[in-house]
Design a protein. Structure first.
Ligand SMILES: [Zn+2]
Ligand SMILES: [Zn+2]
Length: 128
């Protein structure tokens, strides 16, 4: 019974993560809480952490922002709009190859996080 409830909660949290894109744990909690007030903050944080451990989601760290979660786990990078703050995905095999081939000296790099900062299309259209 408890197991079933946990599965249901995980599904709700996972679908919120997919809908929101690159939310912080707090954003997921607020979103989930609207629909399912019985799901507590602790549960949301714990479940997101478990997703990250199991590879179902990954943690994203952008400059000056709380940790975010991402349901897209294939290699990609992020672009963040300095006006609306929206985070979008950038897929670049060239960049992935470049980073993988980069000599980091004595350091064994396991991953690299790249953040592009600028202005999104919607915000740049609004400015004109
Ligand atoms: Zn924008
Ligand atoms: Zn992403």
């Amino acid at each position: 019974m408890i197991k079933e409830r946990n599965t249901k909660q995980k599904q709700i949290i996972y679908s919120a993560l997919c809908t929101l894109g690159h939310p912080t744990a707090t954003e997921v909690y607020e979103y989930v809480h609207e629909e399912s007030p019985t799901i507590g903050r602790g549960t949301v944080f714990r479940v997101l952490g478990a997703f990250a451990e199991s590879g179902r989601a990954r943690r994203v760290h952008l400059r000056g922002s709380d940790e975010r979660f991402d349901a897209t786990t294939s290699p990609h990078y992020h672009a963040r709009c300095r006006v609306c703050g929206r985070v979008s995905d950038v897929f670049s095999t060239e960049l992935a190859h470049f980073l993988a081939a980069t000599n980091t000296g004595d350091f064994c790099a396991e991953e690299a996080e790249v953040e592009f900062r600028g202005i999104c299309r919607a915000c740049s259209a609004e400015k004109k």
